[in-house]
Design a protein around this ligand. Structure first.
Ligand code: SF4
Ligand code: SF4
Length: 197
């Protein structure tokens, strides 16, 4: 049976693998215009490996950058003056290590895209063997990415498995009141260098 720390290392490995797989799967058609619209009034939920990574990179204190959302038992990024705490004049201060959902946006690696109509917020167009995603910026030329359908399915499936694993461990750590302790402890050991190459 794995210790809690071993389970977190396992999640950290999964997180890195998923991130790189998703980066390889996404092909840019039109680049992001860095208009900041998608960093405004956001609910960016953070997994355990992401929380550790962000703290290792920024050296910030947990409560400065995250809030704990009791309604869903999840950490999320703080908003300050209506924008994500890491948004700075059109730039993301944690761009190299930003959360998965920020890195992939407007691509959402979740089966939800097969069923949901996102209205003006996001356009998802299904083609024969790929899916096109357009952001919903009302103030800039909308950025557009495409992902081959097969690659989308593989990454979305791995992401769901990862999120379930993360959530189960997270709920256990919350019940034991040791989530913060483990996150802070792992920050010192986190291999942030491999994200900065
Ligand atoms: S809304 Fe679109 S163009 Fe603007 S920052 Fe986000 S992804 Fe980039
Ligand atoms: S982490 Fe970066 S990309 Fe994500 S919402 Fe914050 S500023 Fe925007």
């Amino acid at each position: 049976m794995l210790s809690i720390e071993e389970k977190i290392w396992d999640l950290i490995d999964d997180d890195y693998r998923l991130y790189t797989d998703a980066q390889k799967a996404i092909k840019m058609v039109k680049p992001c215009q860095m208009c900041g619209w998608c960093c405004k009034d956001n609910n960016i939920f953070i997994t355990i490996p992401e929380a550790i990574r962000i703290l290792a990179y920024t050296k910030a204190r947990m409560r400065k950058v995250f809030i704990f959302d009791k309604t869903v038992n999840h950490l999320r990024l703080k908003n300050v003056d209506g924008y994500c705490v890491f948004y700075d004049n059109g730039r993301c201060r944690i761009h190299k290590i930003k959360p998965f959902q920020c890195m992939t946006y407007p691509v959402i690696f979740h089966p939800i895209v097969l069923e949901e109509d996102f209205g003006d917020k996001l356009k998802v167009i299904f083609k024969e063997d790929f899916i096109e995603f357009r952001c919903g910026s009302p103030i800039a030329d909308k950025c557009t990415y495409v992902v081959e359908t097969k690659a989308f399915q593989e990454v979305a499936s791995s992401r769901l498995t990862f999120l379930m694993k993360n959530y189960h461990l997270q709920i256990f750590l919350i019940k034991m009141n040791i989530l913060d302790v483990f996150i802070k402890n792992m920050v010192k050991k986190y291999p942030i260098e491999k994200w900065l190459r």
